[in-house]
Design a protein around this ligand. Structure first.
Ligand code: NDP
Length: 519
């Protein structure tokens, strides 16, 4: 810290490659595992997710050498297109993106194909199966298939069912060929629908074949939480109720409902953000160390966290949750409409666009430590972060010098838009007197020389490699729903006890009730 002039910002530059053994840790980690040859089949390839996320991610993986040597991408949807028209669409949408090297676009496009399908037509999917066999011969994709459901959720069951009937879920023990299914969020709309969808999937695919996505988990800072906790010996002894005052997990957006009113009116913030992203972040912060860093032990520990969440007292929901809906206001100097005035929204809608909940985890580590989970639309700034607030020093020997109490230590994982970790602690202000002040020590992913993968790139690489670590297992998906479903149902039933739904101005920090929840 010597020579630091700035009052409150001391940037700790990471020194990579200084290892104690002869071999650097970077070298030990360089386990390059080219994915198996495979055909990636995108069902719903004429849609928004495919053009905005999946194709750009696949192209960047191709540019950076992460794609298998032999691969093909087969787009499927009802829209009538041929291979050439699909390739042209893909090229145009990639050319619009910023910053990507387009020199290999033609090479990439040569691996693209398109099939028109009706989603409930078994014959269409049988033809797809024959087509994929031809692709195996032409591209050497070895019978391996990754099916990505990029269709509206109400079609998941239909498509999985016809895929099963058409034999597309079959794997071969003799050749070792695999078939994997990627299911986008939302996975069901409550416990009952999630269980039903899992039942349909189970009839055709085994759990090892299923990849339920939460792309938040693939962000660098999110993945880093477990490394931070379990690869350092200095933090874990403090990671408990003895030292931590509370934990805040917040995901704030400035955007409103945009063009998704149809979906959002039915979903609301609890289904859209809490069932998946917020609960998953909670598990990473609160879980016990798994025996190994492998998918099953990690997912076992995550499941235990959700099982330990104290159920809410539905008679006194207001003690644990605040829900809100945005009114008009100003964001970045622009006037924005109220939720009820957005296109496609019911003018009397009671759909929540904000929620904050106080959650307790009933186990030895976390008893009585509040976890504040909050997420909302049209808030003052776009920021997702996890704050670990440590307890105050038990007794301040500096009380005669600085009067009030000393700020407690705080560790923050910034997840988006900036990816960094910051730790605040007290240090002496330079000068003749002893005067403590808060110092901020930061590690930013921008300053790391390593290559980072965007969330969808990481998700796709893991699916091709058969690594299920970042994907939700059936039990975890259902446990999250079983905690939230009674709460959602009760909120939906009793919003006309309108004390529960509070309105907040766009561009603010949310409803006033959030401060009360924290007391
Ligand atoms: P779209 O609404 O763009 O639909 C994808 C394709 O599905 C369409 O191109 C259309 O293809 C077909 N389709 C749409 N509506 C119907 C319908 N009523 N009946 C039959 N077919 C229909 O979806 P997205 O691409 O936005 O999303 C796909 C999945 O990914 C969804 O489950 C969504 O929740 C999830 N997701 C999307 C994100 C995004 O950023 N878009 C982010 C996270 C998750 P055609 O008519 O040619 O058959």
């Amino acid at each position: 810290m010597t020579g630091q002039k700035r009052e409150d910002l001391s940037v700790l530059k990471p020194e990579f490659g200084r290892e104690t053994s002869g071999e650097s840790m970077d070298d030990q980690c360089r386990e390059v595992r080219p994915a198996d040859p495979c055909a990636i089949v995108i069902i719903g390839a004429s849609g928004d997710l495919t053009s905005r996320k999946l194709i750009p991610a696949l192209y960047r993986l191709f540019l950076n050498g992460y794609m298998p040597v032999s691969f093909a991408i087969v787009g499927c949807a009802r829209k009538k297109l041929d291979n050439e028209a699909f390739r042209q669409l893909v090229k145009e949408s990639l050319a619009k993106g910023v910053g990507d090297d387009l020199s290999k676009l033609d090479h990439f496009a040569g691996n693209l194909y398109y099939r028109t399908v009706e989603y409930d037509d078994k014959e269409n999917f049988k033809e797809l199966s024959c087509f994929l066999s031809d692709i195996d011969k032409k591209h050497g994709t070895a019978g391996n298939r990754l099916f990505y459901l990029a269709i509206p959720p109400f079609l998941y069951e239909t498509v999985v069912h016809v895929m099963g009937e058409a034999g597309l879920s079959r794997e071969s023990r003799t050749s070792g060929s695999w078939s994997r299914l990627v299911v986008e969020k939302p996975f069901g709309s409550d416990l009952k629908t999630a269980v039903k969808l899992n039942d349909v999937i189970k009839r055709c695919f085994s759990e090892q074949q299923v990849y339920r996505i939460d792309h938040y988990l693939a962000k660098e800072t999110v993945q880093n939480i477990l490394v931070f906790r379990f690869a350092n010996s200095i933090f874990e002894p403090l990671w408990n109720r003895q030292h931590i005052e509370h934990v805040e997990i917040s995901a704030a957006e400035t955007l409103g409902v945009e063009h998704r009113a149809g979906y959002y009116e039915k979903s609301g913030i609890l289904r859209d953000m809490f069932q998946n992203h917020m609960m998953q972040l909670l598990t990473l912060v609160a879980m016990e160390p798994p025996a190994h860093f492998r998918p099953e032990p990690v997912r076992d520990e995550k499941a235990k966290v959700i099982q330990s969440i104290r159920p809410f007292d539905l008679e006194h929901l207001e003690e644990n949750i605040v829900i809100g809906q945005y009114l008009s206001g100003n964001i970045d100097g622009k006037k924005v409409p109220a939720y009820r005035d957005e296109t496609g929204v019911d003018p009397l809608s009671l759909t929540p666009t904000f929620a904050m909940m106080k959650v307790f985890i009933d186990n030895w580590r976390w008893q009585d430590v509040p976890f504040y989970l909050s997420s909302g639309k049209r808030l003052a700034e776009k920021k997702t972060k996890i704050v670990i607030q440590f307890k105050d020093v038990p007794h301040s020997i500096f009380r005669d010098i600085i009067g009030g109490s000393i700020s407690a230590n705080c560790l923050t994982f910034f997840i988006q838009p900036i990816e960094k970790i910051a730790l605040t602690f007290q240090a002496k202000k330079p000068g003749s007197t002893i005067c403590p002040r808060s110092i901020n020590m930061e590690f930013s992913y921008d300053s790391d020389s390593g290559e980072t993968l965007e969330a969808y790139e990481k998700v796709l690489v893991d699916c091709m490699n058969g690594d299920q670590m970042l994907f939700l297992r059936q039990d975890l998906e259902e446990l999250c729903w079983s905690f939230l479903t009674p709460l959602i149902e009760d909120c939906e039933k009793c919003v006309d006890k309108s004390s529960l739904l509070q309105f907040y101005g766009s561009g603010t920090r949310g409803p006033e009730g959030v401060e009360k929840l924290k007391t």
